[in-house]
Write a protein that binds this ligand. Structure first.
Ligand code: C2E
Ligand code: CA
Ligand code: CA
Length: 511
């Protein structure tokens, strides 16, 4: 096919562009989804840390309240305050034990009553909180001790690590959640560790309690963003792949378009590859040449001579048919103009036009220029408009045909019998000729119905006083029939095939 033989880009480049236009939305979409997943994880970590913080504060508020209630009792004998200590343990949620201190010595405990143990203020973060890994009663079980002191007296209330690790486990679920008190931190497994926090590589979020000396850190392990995307985004990924495919297809089509028929034809037009062929038309009676129809051929550099039905539809579609016809008329004028003197009677030169020509008045100028190349009166110009695509009788078209007639240009309805032009239509456009479609001519002697239509057309043209041309005449029988029915002009292989200019000019001079 001539319209696709000259790709503008190399195949590999085209494939690369198609792939790129398909991959680009997928890549961009993936980046956006990745950022979205990161955002979601960050929000989730912050939310989790926030929730844990509130829970820990609630617990510590209870522990602190117990200490506040007991602090005024510091200094009194253990015997006197023992019950009060135990009462706090019973009344306050989360409080595991209560103790009183005098001069940095724990001297009374809710658990043991009289007791003796030195208190080291340095163990307590900000002097307030100590996250310890168990005590002699419950070794290896996390314990959070709250310290409140005033002068020589002090109260220590403890919170069971079980409650703490429970929160880390339950609220954390998908998130890594850690409670940090000074240099110590607690993980969801209930273990207390010393030293800096382990890294939480994805979406780390740290919240410091405004009321107590602890902080909460939340985050996710490495690779969580991808895992999250794989879990949550499969439908979006399917959508991305769909968009990628659509975009790739569009890229492909756009590229194809850029090497599309109209581009290729524009190039051919500029290169002068559209050339006229000439087919003689003869008088019905004498069979002498009455004129010729100009038929376009594409002299393609690679494909050779291309038939018009392979490219005229594209040319019409793109509007290129107008400049192509203009170029054809100019070539024809240049070839036949110098022969003006040879033409005995006005030589009828037929040019095919389309509906695109009828949108403005440019055609009038083209015809004027064409006629100017000939000795006045030596030719008559006939424009053939196919009945298959009839034009609307608008102001412009009516004006166009009026001006053409004023120039002496004649109008023929081509392929007559295949469309639906009415009598009114023929009159409105002041048609001069009907060209019987070759399908009816081919049926002469074969099909009675077609012959009937043919007879009707011939009759009609006589009644309307229109000239009549029969095309596609291939046999003597057809010619005889048409002549017998007074068809004025005959055209067909019987009298001559479409031929290149040189051959036509040679035949013309011998005619
Ligand atoms: P058309 O205007 O009906 O032209 C007549 C077609 O019939 C031509 O085909 C011609 O070669 C062919 N033909 C002539 N005598 C015979 C015959 O005895 N037997 C057979 N089987 N065919 C015969 P072609 O040249 O291939 O053109 C085909 C069509 O392309 C034309 O049909 C016309 O519609 C279009 N075309 C050709 N040149 C132009 C042009 O310059 N402008 C426009 N708009 N259309 C053109
Ligand atoms: Ca024609
Ligand atoms: Ca025709």
């Amino acid at each position: 096919m001539p319209l696709t033989v000259r790709p503008r880009r190399k195949r590999s480049t085209r494939i690369a562009i198609t792939l790129l236009s398909g991959l680009l939305p997928i890549l961009l979409g993936s980046v956006i989804l990745y950022m979205q997943a990161e955002r979601t994880l960050e929000q989730s970590a912050r939310h989790t840390a926030d929730e844990a913080l509130r829970q820990f504060e609630l617990m510590l508020d209870n522990t602190a309240q117990a200490a506040r209630d007991l602090l005024p009792l510091a200094g009194e004998t253990c015997e006197e305050v023992k019950l009060a200590l135990r009462e706090q343990v019973t009344r306050r949620p989360f409080v595991r034990s209560t103790n009183l201190v005098w001069d940095n010595n724990l001297y009374c405990s809710s658990l043991f009553g009289d007791f003796k143990e030195a208190v080291n203020e340095g163990d307590y973060h900000e002097g307030k909180l100590w996250l310890m890994n168990g005590n002699p009663v419950t070794p290896n079980t996390a314990l959070l001790v709250y310290r409140l002191s005033d002068g020589r007296g002090g109260a220590l209330t403890t919170l069971d690590g079980y409650h703490l690790s429970n929160i880390l486990r339950l609220i954390g679920r998908e998130t890594l959640l850690l409670l940090q008190v000074g240099n110590n931190w607690l993980s969801a497994d209930g273990q207390v560790h010393q030293g800096p926090l382990p890294p939480l590589p994805v979406a780390q979020s740290m919240l410091v309690s405004p009321d107590h000396a602890f902080s909460v850190s939340a985050g996710f392990p490495k690779g969580e963003t991808w895992r999250y995307m794989a879990d949550e985004y499969p439908p979006l990924f399917s959508l991305l792949i769909f968009f990628g495919a659509v975009s790739g297809a569009i890229g492909h089509v756009v590229q194809k378009r850029s090497t599309s028929p109209s581009h290729e034809m524009l190039r051919a037009l500029e290169a002068g590859e559209f050339i006229p062929y000439f087919q003689p038309v003869v008088y019905g009676d004498s069979k002498k040449w009455s004129g010729a129809e100009v038929l376009m051929r594409w002299n393609h550099p690679k494909e050779g001579l291309v038939r018009p039905d392979l490219f005229i539809p594209f040319a019409e579609h793109s509007g290129l048919i107008v400049p192509m016809t203009r170029a054809l008329m100019q070539q024809t004028a240049a070839l036949l103009g110098p022969q003006s003197a040879v033409f005995a009677q006005p030589f009828r030169i037929s040019i095919n036009i389309t509906a695109s020509h009828c949108r403005d008045l440019e055609l009038v100028e083209d015809c004027r220029e064409f006629l100017a190349a000939f000795i006045p009166g030596s030719i008559s110009l006939v424009l053939e408009l196919t009945e298959r695509e009839l034009i609307e009788p608008t102001d412009i078209t009516l004006q166009l045909f009026e001006q053409l007639h004023a120039l002496g240009v004649m109008i023929a309805i081509d392929d007559f019998g295949t469309g639906h032009s009415s009598l009114g239509y023929l009159r409105k456009f002041n048609v001069d000729f009907l060209k019987i479609d070759q399908s009816f001519v081919a049926m002469i002697g074969i099909d009675a119905l077609s012959r009937h239509i043919l007879d009707t057309i011939i009759e009609l043209s006589a009644k309307l006083d229109l000239g009549i041309v029969a095309e596609g005449v291939e046999t003597q029988e057809q010619a005889d029939y048409l002549t017998a029915h007074h068809v004025n002009f005959l055209q067909g292989y019987l009298f001559g095939k479409p031929m290149p200019a040189a051959e036509f000019l040679r035949a013309l001079s011998h005619d």
